[in-house]
Design a protein around this ligand. Sequence first.
Ligand SMILES: [Zn+2]
Length: 321
Amino acid sequence: MAVFRYPFFVAVAASCSRPYVGRFAPSPSGPLHAGSLVAALASYLDARAHDGAWLIRIEDIDEGRAVPGAADTILRQLAWLGMASDGEIVWQSRRKHLYQAAYDSLAGHAYPCGCNRREIADSRLGVAPDGAAIYPGTCRAGLAPGRTARSLRLRVPGAGADVVSFDDRFAGRVTQHLETASGDFVLKRADGFWAYQLAVVVDDAAQGVTDVVRGADLLDSTPRQIYLQRLLGVPTPRYLHVPVVRNAQGEKLSKQTGAPAVQPDPTSGDAEVQAVAALCHAAGFLGLDLAPPSDFEGDLAAFWRAAIAAWSRLLDARQAR
Ligand SMILES: [Zn+2]
């Protein structure tokens, strides 16, 4: 098993003496909306309830989807809501050397793939829960004559050795067979960008993240990330996946499904009052037992004190079940 030696791993981890390091890692494809606010709030509350550090990472690895200015908008929205990173904000688009170094250490487990999207879909193995077509292993034994490499894939173990299980703090025990759930998955995409699965694992390790709190749409990706952590010889964080917010049509809120930005309306009075109202709405979705927004009288600090306590109570109640 390859052991990946992080250029920054020890330095960053040692600089943070807190036992808990959490993070919020938005993709800058648009401003924060009611769904991404729930993920931000949950990760922030969990970090504060554990007296931990909370970091912001801009996941702009998919440069084709990044919207110019969206990251700055997200940071302004978070500042309005009273959420600030406890460390330097990192940008995935500036960390490609780290992903390359991780890939180099995985070389024995990776191979070039010449298949296009259509060819993989035609294998009719179906799609993984995250929407990616399950790869049939066509190029495992080498590219067929005349084919050129499009992407780089990670070989997953065969049936029996491909099981990854973990205990999610909200979802409970999760078990996945990598071979049938995803097959050999992409580390570097046909468009030349590093894949999310690799970048997120490298960054969580390099930043010393101990606890990942994020939306349940990423629950099915977690076993792939844990498998990568094992190959790279880095710790596996604890995971907590919160339910995703859906619209009336049952679609996950996103820029694509037209979710509006969460932002102050300058014509509707005090910005802090509006921040408390937006946070109370998100807290309600998480099931926090809180006073109504008007009780906080626009006092953001009072909201946060009450919400951190309510999050701790929620965790205690879930553990007691
Ligand atoms: Zn292939």
